[in-house]
Design a binder for this molecule. Structure first.
Ligand SMILES: NC(=O)c1ccc[n+]([C@@H]2O[C@H](COP(=O)([O-])OP(=O)(O)OC[C@H]3O[C@@H](n4cnc5c(N)ncnc54)[C@H](O)[C@@H]3O)[C@@H](O)[C@H]2O)c1
Length: 495
C-alpha cells in the first residue's frame, strides 16, 4: 500500500476528506460537547482494537494504573472481533466493576461524548483513519506504533494534532526511558563532536518465524469477525476477498496491513535514535533485503537493512534478520570524538538504561581529556506503564507537548521506515527535501555534499547543537597548502 498506486491515492484522498464526510461531521458536532478531560475527576477511556496489544498489554496496564490510584475508567471497546469484545468486557467488569459498552465500528465509540480518550491498537492500516476521526471527535489519543501506514498519512495526523488541543502519545514505549534525553544532552554539549552516524537493529529468531507466532484460532470465523471492516473495503484500504484467518490474525505478513520487520520492529529502534540525536525527517532513504528463508507465501521481508542519510550530515543504519539473532549489531551513535554505545535493554520493555562513551584516540581528536565513561539513566522497570502514565499526566496537565513520543517524532520514524519499504519494493532511492516533500532520487544528493566540500564550509549539525567547533572541524596539515591548481604557472602556496 505504500507505492503511489491508484488504490493508494484513493486511500489517501479518502483519509484526507474524511474530516468533512457525513460521519466525521457528526463526530465533530459531538466533539464540541465532549467533556473537558476529567471534568468530574475521572478520565473515561475507550479501547479501539482490543487484540494482543490493545487488551493483553495496554488494557491490563491501564487497569493496573487504575488500581494504583489513577482516576481512570475503561468504559468502552470497539473491535471487529466479537471474541475480543467479550474478553474485554468480562475482564473490565471483573477487575473494575464497570460494564463497558461495545461497538464494531469505532465511529460509534467516538460518538460517545462521555468518552475523553481512546487507545488505538488495531492493525497498522487503520491507525491514521481512526486517529483522525478521534481527534475530530475531541478525544485524546494513545495510538500504537507505527503511527500511520504511509508517509502522507503521517503528515495529515501531525496537522490534525497541531490543529487540536488534544494530547496524543504514540506507542513506542522505549521513548519513555530517560536514556535518550540524557544522550541528547551529552551530544548537544559536544561530547561526541560532530555526529556522523547511528546504527541500530532489532534482530529476532523463532521457530515459528516472523509474525507466525501470532495465533490463529478456530474461533476466528466469518460470523465472529467483521472481515470486511478489518480489511477496510469501504474505506478503500483493501479489496473485498474471502475470509482468511491468516490475513486477519497474521496481518503483519502482508503489505496492505503492516510492513513486517520495518513497521513492527525497526520503527521502535529508529524512534529512540531520532530522539537521542534530535534528528527528524531523513533526506535520502534506501532499503534492501528480501524473503531469504521464510517461504510461506508471506509478502514481507525476513532480512532487511535501511540506509537513511540526513540533511544534517548524519547517516542512520538499521540492519536485522528475523531468522538469526545471536550476534546483533551494536546500538551506537558515532561522532568524531567518540561513540555512545547503548545497552540493548534501553530499547526493551524493562531493564537498565545505560550507555558508554568510548573516545577516539587523542592523536585524532587532539583532546586528551576525553576519557571512557558510563552514564546511567534512571531504570524504568515497567516501561509500558511509564509510557501510559506519561500520556495520562499530559492530559491532566493539559500539555500536549509533554508526551515522550509526540506525532511529529512518530511521523519522522514512519517516514524513514516507510520510504525504506518503498525503496525495497519499487527499486528506487527516495529523497526528502527539508519541507518534507518526497521525490525519487537523483544525483543531487551526492552533488550537494561535493559542493559543500568544494566550498570548504563547516560541517552541519544535529538539531539543538550548541557545542561550537570543538570536535567538529578538521585541521588540515600544513602540507595541504600545497594542494590546488597552479594558476599562471605558480604553485598554490604562493597565492
Ligand atoms: N508498542 C509495542 O511494543 C507493540 C507491540 C505489539 C503490537 N503493537 C502494535 O499494536 C497494534 C496491534 O497489534 P496486535 O499484535 O495487538 O494485533 P492483533 O491482531 O492481536 O490485534 C488487533 C485487534 O484489532 C482488531 N481490529 C482490526 N481491525 C479493526 C477495526 N477496523 N476496528 C476495530 N478493531 C479492529 C482485531 O479484531 C484485533 O482484536 C499494531 O499496530 C502493532 O504494531 C505495538
Amino acid at each position: 500500500m505504500t507505492e503511489p498506486t491508484e488504490s493508494n491515492v484513493s486511500r489517501r484522498e479518502f483519509i484526507k476528506t474524511s474530516a468533512t464526510s457525513g460521519a466525521a461531521a457528526s463526530l465533530l458536532a459531538g466533539a464540541a460537547k465532549t467533556r473537558a478531560a476529567g471534568a468530574n475527576g475521572r478520565l473515561r477511556i475507550g479501547v479501539i482494537g482490543a487484540g494482543n496489544r490493545g487488551f493483553n498489554t495496554l488494557t491490563k496496564k491501564l487497569v493496573k494504573l487504575r488500581e494504583l490510584g489513577r482516576n481512570i475508567d475503561l468504559v468502552s471497546v470497539a473491535d471487529v472481533y466479537s471474541v475480543h469484545r467479550q474478553r474485554f468486557v468480562d475482564y473490565i467488569k471483573e477487575q473494575t466493576g464497570v460494564t463497558p459498552t461495545t461497538h464494531v465500528d469505532h465511529r460509534e465509540l467516538l460518538g460517545d461524548k462521555d468518552i475523553d480518550a481512546v487507545v488505538i491498537a488495531t492493525p497498522d492500516h487503520w491507525h491514521a483513519r481512526i486517529t483522525l476521526d478521534a481527534l475530530a471527535a475531541g478525544k485524546h489519543v494513545y495510538c500504537e506504533k507505527p503511527m500511520t501506514h504511509t508517509v502522507e498519512e503521517g503528515a495529515e495526523v501531525v496537522a490534525a494534532w497541531k490543529a487540536s488541543d488534544r494530547v496524543m502519545q504514540v506507542g513506542v514505549q522505549s521513548t519513555s526511558a530517560p536514556v535518550w534525553d540524557m544522550a541528547r544532552e551529552k551530544i548537544d554539549a559536544g561530547l561526541l563532536g560532530k555526529v556522523v552516524q547511528f546504527q541500530t537493529e532489532c534482530a529476532r529468531n523463532g521457530k515459528f518465524g516472523m509474525s507466525r507466532h501470532n495465533l490463529i484460532t478456530k474461533e476466528m470465523t466469518p460470523k465472529t469477525v467483521d472481515f470486511r471492516r478489518f480489511l477496510g473495503v469501504d474505506e478503500g484500504f483493501h479489496p473485498d476477498v474471502p475470509f482468511d484467518r491468516e490475513l486477519f490474525g497474521q496481518w503483519r505478513c502482508y503489505w496492505a496491513f503492516g510492513y513486517g520487520m520495518f513497521s513492527d520492529l525497526f520503527v521502535h529502534r529508529v524512534t529512540g535514535m531520532l530522539k537521542a540525536t534530535g534528528l527528524r525527517k531523513p533526506g535520502r532513504v534506501v532499503g534492501g533485503g528480501g524473503i531469504f528463508f521464510e517461504y510461506d507465501h508471506r509478502q514481507v521481508t525476513d532480512v532487511a537493512s535501511i540506509i537513511a542519510d540526513f540533511h544534517e550530515g548524519v547517516q542512520g543504519l538499521v540492519s536485522s534478520t528475523m531468522v538469526s539473532e545471536e550476534r546483533k549489531l551494536d546500538h551506537i551513535i558515532r561522532g568524531h570524538n567518540g561513540l555512545l554505545l547503548f545497552d540493548k535493554s534501553c530499547s526493551g520493555n524493562s531493564g537498565k538504561c545505560s550507555f558508554e562513551f568510548v573516545p577516539e584516540r587523542p592523536q585524532v581528536t587532539l583532546n586528551s581529556k576525553l576519557k571512557p565513561e558510563t552514564f546511567h539513566a534512571k531504570t524504568e522497570l515497567d516501561i509500558v506503564s511509564t509510557h501510559c502514565a506519561n500520556w495520562l499526566d499530559a492530559i491532566r496537565s493539559g500539555k500536549p507537548t509533554s508526551v515522550n513520543n509526540d506525532p511529529e517524532l512518530a511521523a519522522a520514524a514512519v517516514m524513514l521506515v516507510n520510504l525504506a519499504v518503498r525503496s525495497y519494493r519499487e527499486g528506487k532511492v527516495f529523497h526528502v527535501d527539508r519541507a518534507g516533500k518526497v521525490s525519487d532520487g537523483n544525483s543531487s544528493w551526492a552533488d550537494g555534499w561535493e559542493q559543500l566540500s568544494k566550498a570548504e564550509v563547516k560541517p552541519r549539525h544535529v538539531p539543538g547543537w550548541h557545542a561550537g567547533d570543538t570536535g567538529s572541524v578538521m585541521y588540515p596539515p600544513e602540507y595541504q597548502k600545497l594542494a590546488g591548481p597552479w594558476i599562471d604557472g605558480k604553485p598554490p602556496e604562493t597565492s
